[in-house]
Every structure is written in structure tokens, then in C-alpha cells.
Design a protein around this ligand. Structure first.
Ligand code: PLP
Length: 434
């Protein structure tokens, strides 16, 4: 038993060797630190556009070298260390099961234990407390916990946008059918032009009946970053419960949930945090959490000391997935979340800048670059998303995702991508868009 645990700990600590970066802030602060380092003749921290550093990071992934993956918005690619940690756990679980005494801890299966260590690491990435955070299977499940657990009566209004993912909005539609609540979608421009434009549209849609606002932090079909902090402040002043769908946010853009000030925030680690599929999360604000009743119940159903555990506990699940999650969180911390976010933004910005120069390209990501991160959505006159997706793959094994006939392609750029890979896409787009 001890040997196996020691092995797991060793694997957790030595994910891979990289110089550590203390948490410094956003991209500008990184370059500020580098200036200071030059002054004292200290080797500089790699910047967002340092190809050698990011080539080494690329080697941490198992993605085939002859294929290029641009669809993190659907599912992130796992680093080697995540796969190694999961494989190791599967072997241990299959072979050493008899050694497990069950009472000591939850070393073999998930679903019954609080996993405080993993929740603490995850909580730090989004600035919440461990006991405010639950681990769920995915975003859909987290959203359903909030929606189905909230006390809403016939005639109560829920407002959301016309660009929400089915996993974010369908539970509210189900309550419309079951309980007669009013479900109302408001139109957000695509492309969005400014945070103020979006804020005004959302706030002007509130009525006396509005009880809930549900909105994506990053819209999946355009990559637009919503001004959620300002929107939540307006909603709060009117007593409206706010739920933010952050499926596309964590690992893509900075996420500080306490600063946003929402009542609930749902998201996942299996896209931009590069964890294995089946890893979502749910945050509910301390002073509102008791309003959300338990809908999947086991022994913790009434735990109001550790509310995050109440929503984490859901019966037997795969602990291998949680090992993978922890490895992905360690990987993020070893590179440094700020450094990852700066790189994601740099690559997205590069792609959009080049696309905007092409006359036949129609951009659906916001015109205000401050509202963009690693997702870029665009079409070329006369093309559909499906045709563009096929063109990219058949010509050069490039894998962005078709968005829709009208909205063309969605391109997610992450740390395993490079300027050279984006240039390969641009070469193809230039041929059809000039
Ligand atoms: C904005 C948004 N919400 C919800 C979901 C659903 O996530 P999950 O499959 O983890 O439930 C997605 C998935 O792409 C999404 O982009």
C-alpha cells in the first residue's frame, strides 16, 4: 500500500522539469519581470512568442506530429504526464485491489470521498475556496445541479442569450416544460463589438419577473468574452440569481470567480485545462448555496459544512479520471497559468490579425480584441463550415472544427499549437479569400 502511494506521489511531483514561474499576473507583467531579469543578468522567462520554449512544451503531448489539432473548444489534448498518471492508476487499481482497506481513503474509486487536495488545486486556479467547489462529470451536469435544485415557480423568468450551448441552456428549457417558468433568449450581436454593447443589451432585457440570468463567460460559437463582472453586478442589485457557464473559459482566459461576483459558475477541465474527458466543476456562492437543493443524493446530501462535497458525491465513479485531472492541474502549475494564458492569447491574436487582412473573410469573433482569447470563428465568402473543415484536413491534416454553414470554422489555439501551424492554415485560407 505504502509503496504504491509513494509511487503516485513521485509521479505527481515530477510531471516534467521546467523552471517554475511564480504567479505574476497577465502578459504585460511577464515582460516587466523579464526587464528586471535583464538588469541583474538573470536568464529571461520565456515569453508568449518564444518558439524554442513552446516547441519543448509541444513535446509534452502525444498528438501526432504529422497532424495539427485546433479543436480544444470541443476537447483538449492530454499531455503525456496525464496519460501516464492515469495508466499507472488503472494498473494499480486492477492489480492491487485486495490491498485497499476502503476505510483509509478513496484510493480506488471516486464518488464517495471529498478529494480535498484536488479541489484545493483546482480552486486556486479560479480564485475560490476548496469547500465552494464541487467536482462534477461535466458542465451539463453542473448546470443541471443548479437549475434543477433552484426553487423556481410558474411565471418566474430565466434570461439567457441566443448563443448558449445545449449543455448550458437545455436544463432551463426542461424546467419551462415541467414547471412553467418563462425561458427567454436575448439576441447578442455576432460579432459583438464592445463590452458596453453587450452589458446594455443584457441589462435592458431584465423585467420584474426575472429571477435568473444564465450566460456564457466565453461564447462557444464566437469566442466572445462576455462582460460578466459588470452584468452580475447589475443583476445582483436587482436580486437576480446569476449562473455563468464557463465551459470555454478556464485555461483560455483569466477566471477569477470571486471577482466576477456571480452566484454560480459551472465549467470543465477537459477542454482548456487539458484534463481527461469527464472532469467538470461547480461553484456556488456561500450565501446562496443552501437555496440549491440536492438532486443527486448519497450520504453527503445534507452536508452544509463542505457544500462542495455535497455536490461532488455522486456514487461510484472512475478515480483514474481524477488522477488525470490532478496531473493536468500540476502540469498547468508547472508551466504557470499566466504563461499559458499569454500564449493562448498570443496565438489567437496572431490568427485573427492575419485573417482580418483578407477581403473575403467574415469574422464572427468580436471586433474588440479585448473580448477575444483562444477561440476564433470566421467564414470565407461562398464557403460553409463543413467544406472548410474538409479542405483543411484534406489539404494539410489541419483540424479546426466546423461551426455552422453560416459561421464557418472555429479555430481554438492552445499551447500545443504554433505560429508555423497557423501559417499553414492561413496559406490555405489566402488561396480562397483574396
Ligand atoms: C459554452 C458551453 N457550455 C456547455 C458545454 C457542454 O459541456 P460538457 O460537454 O462538459 O457538458 C459546452 C461544450 O462545448 C460549451 O461550449
Amino acid at each position: 500500500m505504502t509503496t504504491r502511494r509513494d509511487l503516485m506521489k513521485t509521479m505527481a511531483l515530477s510531471a516534467f522539469a521546467l523552471p517554475m514561474l511564480s504567479q505574476t499576473g497577465w502578459a504585460a507583467q511577464l515582460s516587466g519581470m523579464n526587464e528586471l531579469r535583464n538588469e541583474f543578468d538573470i536568464p529571461s522567462i520565456p515569453s508568449a512568442d518564444d518558439p524554442e520554449f513552446w516547441a519543448k512544451i509541444r513535446d509534452q503531448f502525444m498528438l501526432r506530429k504529422d497532424e495539427v489539432f485546433f479543436n480544444t473548444g470541443t476537447m483538449g489534448a492530454m499531455p503525456r504526464v496525464v496519460v501516464a498518471r492515469m495508466t499507472e492508476h488503472l494498473h494499480v487499481a486492477a492489480s492491487n485491489l485486495a490491498e485497499w482497506d476502503y476505510v483509509a481513503d478513496g484510493d480506488m474509486m471516486s464518488g464517495y470521498f471529498p478529494y480535498e487536495g484536488i479541489r484545493t488545486k483546482a480552486a486556486k486556479l479560479m480564485n475560490v475556496k476548496m469547500d465552494e467547489l464541487a467536482l462534477t462529470e461535466n458542465v451539463t451536469m453542473a448546470m443541471s445541479f443548479v437549475c434543477m435544485g433552484l426553487d423556481l415557480a410558474k411565471g418566474d423568468e430565466v434570461i439567457t442569450s441566443d448563443q448558449e450551448h445545449p449543455g448550458g441552456c437545455s436544463s432551463w428549457k426542461a424546467r419551462q416544460k415541467r414547471d412553467g417558468i418563462i425561458y427567454r433568449e436575448i439576441a447578442i450581436p455576432k460579432p459583438a463589438h464592445s463590452p458596453k454593447e453587450v452589458l446594455d443589451i443584457v441589462v435592458n432585457s431584465f423585467t420584474k419577473k426575472t429571477k435568473v440570468l444564465m450566460l456564457s463567460h466565453v461564447i462557444s460559437g464566437s469566442g466572445a468574452i462576455m462582460p460578466v463582472k459588470e452584468i452580475c453586478a447589475e443583476a445582483r442589485s436587482r436580486g437576480i440569481f446569476t449562473v455563468i457557464d464557463g465551459a470555454q473559459a478556464l485555461g483560455n482566459i483569466p477566471v477569477d470567480i470571486h471577482d466576477i461576483g456571480c452566484d454560480a459558475y459551472v465549467g470543465c477541465f477537459h477542454k482548456w485545462v487539458l484534463a481527461p474527458s469527464g472532469n467538470g466543476f461547480l461553484y456556488i456562492r456561500k450565501d446562496r448555496v443552501q437555496e440549491i437543493s440536492t438532486i443527486i443524493a448519497s450520504s453527503q446530501w445534507d452536508n452544509h459544512i463542505d457544500e462542495g462535497f455535497r455536490f461532488t458525491q455522486r456514487g461510484t465513479g472512475s478515480l483514474t479520471l481524477l488522477h488525470g485531472l490532478e496531473a493536468a492541474l500540476d502540469f498547468t502549475n508547472e508551466i504557470g497559468q499566466d504563461r499559458i494564458l499569454a500564449r493562448v492569447k498570443f496565438l489567437g491574436n496572431y490568427l485573427r490579425d492575419e485573417l482580418r487582412k483578407l477581403p473575403k473573410v467574415k469574422m464572427f469573433s468580436p471586433s474588440d480584441e479585448n473580448m477575444c482569447g483562444g477561440i476564433t470563428v470566421y467564414n470565407v465568402d461562398g464557403w460553409t463550415g463543413a467544406k472548410l473543415q474538409d479542405l483543411m484536413w484534406n489539404r494539410d491534416k489541419l483540424r479546426p472544427r466546423a461551426s455552422s454553414d453560416i459561421h464557418g470554422l472555429r479555430h481554438s489555439t492552445h499551447i500545443y499549437n504554433s505560429v508555423a501551424e497557423i501559417d499553414r492554415c492561413l496559406r490555405i485560407i489566402r488561396e480562397i479569400a483574396i
